[in-house]
Design a protein around this ligand. Sequence first.
Ligand code: ZN
Length: 454
Amino acid sequence: MLSLKFLTPFRIIFAISFILAGCTQSADQAGQQQNTTPPNIIFMIGDGMGFEYISAYRYAMSEPGAGTLAPTPFDDLLLGAATTYPDDDTWVTDSAASATALATGVKSYNGAIGIDANKHPQQNMMERARSQGWYTGAISTVHVNHATPASFFTHHPSRKMYEAIADSLATPLQPGVWRFDVLLGGGYRYFSRDDKNWLPELQQQGMTVITEFDQLTTTTTTPVLGLFAAEALPAAIDDQPRLASMTQTALRLLTAKQQQQQQPFALMVEGSQIDWCGHANDIACAVHEMKDFAQALDVVLAYQKEHPNTLIVITADHSTGGLTLGQGGEYAWYSQKVMGITASLEVMTRELLELPRNQWREYLQPRLNLELTEEEWHRIAAVEVPAEAKGRDRQKAIRSAIVPIISSHTRTGWTTSGHTAVDVPVMAIGPGSEAFRGYQDNTDIGKALLKLIR
Ligand SMILES: [Zn+2]
């Protein structure tokens, strides 16, 4: 019998590995495979997903007072936390600077897409993957040329250059070498414009272009560009869950590529609208986006179980809104009231503008499902929409009347309509996951991922 008594911790691990190695042939084979082939990388970014969003999601899925919490797919994965500050004197990053840090390992200024503070292009994760013969993909629930996916494929001085970013995505790295095998999300209008319609051109060059969500399950060829909305996809609370289906399709297509040629893949999956709900201070919207992201994580974890040589890394680019669970001195956060809300503030405020004021209460009651006081109803009915306001700015006045009411009923706190500088969670599982343990900077995550692509 092997005695563990006098062994150092390292030797114990070695001894246990030695014993376990003899147990099954498949474990042995998996170990050998992991040593020789770099792992597939699935990098999941919850845009705006600070720790507080994970807490909100966990409580919202649990029964208050039951004494136990509902399990979430995040539970076993937490390894550390990361700072997110940009390369300036503000501490508060935007999505572009943070995505650049995560994709290239280099800090930059707010607004930068894949370039450093001196505007020099930095090699990003997908370019490195391509240079090593890997397959690549990205999924977003907003437009695919938005800051996060853009920073994984392109280099631009400003995130606002949406058309130029779309042009870059539609242009091969070199003749015959597309930047991606799978790119799914929204953004149809940026690829099909008055001055340039990329879509027929891309199809002529052999790319599959899909625009209907149902086509996800029937698509079998790559490269594939899926654009399911003119801009962002509808919020999860207003529509069907969508990130899990897109993730399933991307994994199916990338695995099929892998069967032709044994090369790993790098896939970025963005839960993009957690951030948008945070900007809107819309707690119900945020929890539903978290659910959508968690469902995509379920798909990814199931994939990893079947394909153990897959590394999953999950983080956020920053937190948004200064969300807190608890507000106004009361020791409570009413998760069930949050879950009773059935539409996003974006949709509610847009639809209210189309209704006469005397129908607002009738419209809002079944959507908010909160017991508003007469004074609160009066406050909403008396909202003044500035005559000079245009487009979505007209919704702002109504939103600023409803947010404090939802916040006070559910005891949700918000400090800003922008981002915050708090640290974000870092989770990982699979070969190489140890590199993501502890307290780190967002550039360390990017650097560690680039190192694994070889
Ligand atoms: Zn962001």
